[in-house]
Write a protein that binds this ligand. Structure first.
Ligand code: FPP
Length: 248
């Protein structure tokens, strides 16, 4: 039996874990500046903590972890920074895929893969195909992802089905809509974490975060580790979720 490297602290109730955690990994640029390093090294530092975070989510029994790796807006950064991020995506999958697969993690890419350079598209597609039958943690990585574009795409997919006579407009309900999102079949986001103290959604999982609890830790992303994750989960558990109703 494998042991959990970072067990849950007593303030976290293992019976009330968020089923789906989404993370906006913000602050790599500021971390690099603070440490007098190039921004690419900030992003690299921001992949080094990922392994433990993913492993812990898998160990403690979180069902889904969604990471915002590259937004559709990130193409507007300098060519050097875009290239560095693209390289990190390749490096991450090359170094982690064996262990992720062994841990029964299923990888899902959210976003438009057709807009990515060939090597990245290939590595992401291979990771998805290789882990498609895994039944453990669903590790969802948003790459070339935009929340509005995802909603527009869902509307187009449904419109095509109506046009071809497969469904009527009246048959489109929330479940049908959610079924056309990249996250189809996953639980809704329970906990959204954005590091570095910024308090924005930045076009991330607009539909899926409808009833998410938002937690904004001050740490810059490379300084965010498993103890900070557990603190966010404890904060999530301290909130009272009413979904528009009233507390009993
Ligand atoms: C935001 O920090 C972070 C990003 C735009 C990229 C996040 C990507 C990674 C951590 C690495 C790739 C991930 C995977 C899964 C392989 P920022 O640069 O906007 O920070 P700043 O606001 O301090 O400038």
């Amino acid at each position: 039996m494998s042991t959990i490297k970072y067990p849950l602290p007593p303030e976290v109730d293992p019976a009330r874990l968020p089923r789906h955690i989404a993370v906006i990994m913000d602050g790599n640029g500021r971390w690099a500046k603070k440490n007098k390093l190039k921004v690419a090294l900030g992003h690299r530092a921001g992949t080094e903590n990922l392994r433990e975070i993913i492993r812990n989510c898998s160990d403690i029994g979180v069902e889904a972890l969604t990471l915002y790796a590259f937004s559709t807006e990130n193409w507007n950064r300098s060519q050097t920074e875009v290239e560095a991020l693209m390289q990190l995506i390749l490096d991450f999958f090359h170094s982690e895929i064996d262990e992720l697969d062994q841990k029964n993690v299923r990888i899902l890419i959210l976003g438009d893969k057709s807009g990515l350079p060939g090597p990245q598209r290939q590595v992401l597609e291979q990771a998805e195909a290789r882990t498609a039958a895994n039944t453990g943690l669903s590790l969802n990585i948003a790459v070339n992802y935009g929340g509005r574009a995802e909603l527009v795409r869902a509307a187009q997919l449904l419109a095509r089905e109506v046009q071809s006579g497969l469904r009527t407009p009246e048959s489109i309900d929330e479940a049908a809509f959610a079924g056309k999102l990249y996250t189809a079949g996953l639980p809704e986001v329970d906990l959204l974490i954005r590091t570095s103290g910024e308090m924005r959604l930045s076009n991330f999982l607009l539909y899926q975060c409808s009833y998410a609890e938002f937690v904004f830790p001050e740490e810059l992303w490379p300084d965010f580790h498993v103890p900070q994750l557990h603190r966010c989960i404890a904060e999530f558990q301290s909130r009272s979720r009413r979904y528009g109703g009233r507390e009993e």
